[in-house]
Design a protein around this ligand. Structure first.
Ligand code: GUN
Length: 299
């Protein structure tokens, strides 16, 4: 029997409605709304498109969004100056610096400069540490948080299940493993974190009750790598050249959707799966950051 397809698009719409209500409630209590600043350095087309989508989504739920476009040539110190300004700005509660940054800029220094309370990406070492030890004050990175939300809202609780994560990036794979392992809601799984250098990757993926793939490798996961009845979450967003498309490319995941859907019990599509959830979680983290920073904003 073909898998149930989990629509991240539909779920994200529901979450955005919930956030709109939360923003209105804050406005009613305090006269203020959350403020999100996105910082884009350079003109990388996918980054431009992501940042545009993030700002549009923020405006739609009533979050005040400010996009700061900076030249590819900006110095590290100048960029740090912008971040200091946003840290000190009382109307900004959330600061996001889109990655990747140009090679001449030390990404670590930039991410460490963002105030942890405004770090809605959850990339600051303080938040990474808090998340790893299960501190509820941690800001959690949006994509793995979106995956947990997507599982729980689909009635899939990882507790006691074997979750296999393929990918070990700081943005998805590592925090994903930590969240699935944690004792919080959506955690309590037994976790394997594998990656592209894992010996006999298929022997690990076949053990998964829940398989989360974030390797950035188009079509990596084939049907024979998936245990029948497993839940498959595809985090991959790969641009593949396709002259037949208007834009000259199409977006594809890390999972061969057409064959794996015949084996899995649940599967997320690309696009329309994890992507919209990532943006919804950015809005959720922004509201959360604003509630923590604006006195009297939550009851
Ligand atoms: N680049 C790719 N994914 C992300 C993300 O989640 N946050 C930021 N800031 N940059 C990214």
């Amino acid at each position: 029997m073909a898998a149930e397809i989990i629509s991240g698009t539909d779920m994200a719409r529901t979450i955005r409605t919930e956030i709109t209500e939360g923003v209105q409630e804050m406005k009613g209590r305090t006269g203020r709304v959350p403020g999100l600043a996105t910082v884009l350095v350079g003109a990388d087309p996918p980054s431009q498109s992501y940042v545009r989508m993030k700002n549009r989504a923020a405006s739609e739920v009533g979050i005040e969004s400010r996009q700061i476009d900076l030249s590819e040539e900006i110095t590290e110190d100048e960029l740090l100056g912008w971040i200091e300004g946003l840290n000190a700005d009382p109307d900004i509660h959330a600061v996001l610096v889109q990655l990747p940054l140009p090679d001449h800029i030390d990404k670590g220094r930039v991410l460490e400069a963002i105030h942890p309370a405004k770090d809605v990406d959850g990339f600051h070492p303080v938040n990474v540490g808090r998340m790893t030890v299960g501190d509820p004050a941690a800001m959690i990175p949006c994509t793995p948080l979106g995956v947990i939300e997507l599982l729980m809202r689909s009635g899939i609780d990882p507790r006691g299940q074997h979750a296999v994560v393929v990918g070990r990036s700081n943005i998805v794979g590592r925090p994903m493993g930590a969240l699935l392992l944690s004792e919080q809601r959506g955690g309590d799984a037994t976790v394997t974190v594998a990656h592209l250098l894992t010996k006999d990757l298929a022997s690990h993926t076949r053990m998964a009750d829940i398989l989360v793939v974030a390797a950035g490798a188009p079509g990596l996961i084939t049907a024979d790598m998936v245990r029948p009845g497993a839940v498959v979450i595809d985090v991959g967003i790969n641009r593949i050249e396709d002259p037949s498309r208007e834009k000259g490319y199409r977006i594809t995941g890390d999972v061969r959707f057409d064959e794996v859907k015949e084996v899995a019990s649940h599967i997320t599509p690309v696009p329309g799966g994890v992507g919209p959830m990532t943006i919804a979680m950015l809005l959720s983290n922004t509201l959360r950051a604003a509630r923590a920073l604006i006195p009297g904003s939550s009851g």
